[in-house]
Design a protein around this ligand. Structure first.
Ligand SMILES: [Zn+2]
Length: 132
């Protein structure tokens, strides 16, 4: 009884819904380890338009979440990933080469449900700040 009530009251969090929509993959590198994945906001939750909806979210691994938040990686509204120019020119070890630079011009891994896919308006806004 108590367990049933709990299940009924339980509302999946933004994070659970976002990770489920991406079938527990990083949208950039497809990494499939839930313990290394975060739900990232496209429009930050500090912004009045930063709603906790799957279409304003991305399932990203820790490194790609941080790289997206720090504008090292941007996503065009047509779902193509771009890596910042100065980072593309750097030389370093395998994480830089395979983890970041190799993503340049690749396509985002998307949820199968159209309604769960990233909002193009949100991506456009975020991409404009990436370009600055
Ligand atoms: Zn990743």
């Amino acid at each position: 009884m108590a367990a049933a009530v709990q299940v009924r009251l339980h509302q999946a969090s933004f994070s659970e819904r976002a990770l489920d929509a991406y079938r527990t993959h990083c949208a950039m590198c497809r990494l499939k380890h839930r313990e290394l994945l975060d739900a990232a906001h496209i429009i930050p939750d500090s912004d009045p338009d930063g709603h906790p909806e799957v279409s304003n979210g991305l399932s990203l691994c820790k490194i790609h979440h941080a790289a997206f938040d720090r504008a090292i990686i941007g996503i065009r509204p047509d779902y193509v990933i771009e890596v910042r120019e100065d980072v593309l020119r750097e030389e370093d070890g395998p994480m830089l080469k395979y983890g970041l630079q190799a993503l340049h011009n690749s396509e985002l891994f998307l949820p199968s449900r159209t309604a769960d896919r990233p909002s193009k308006d949100a991506l456009e806004r975020r991409y404009q700040s990436f370009l600055r």
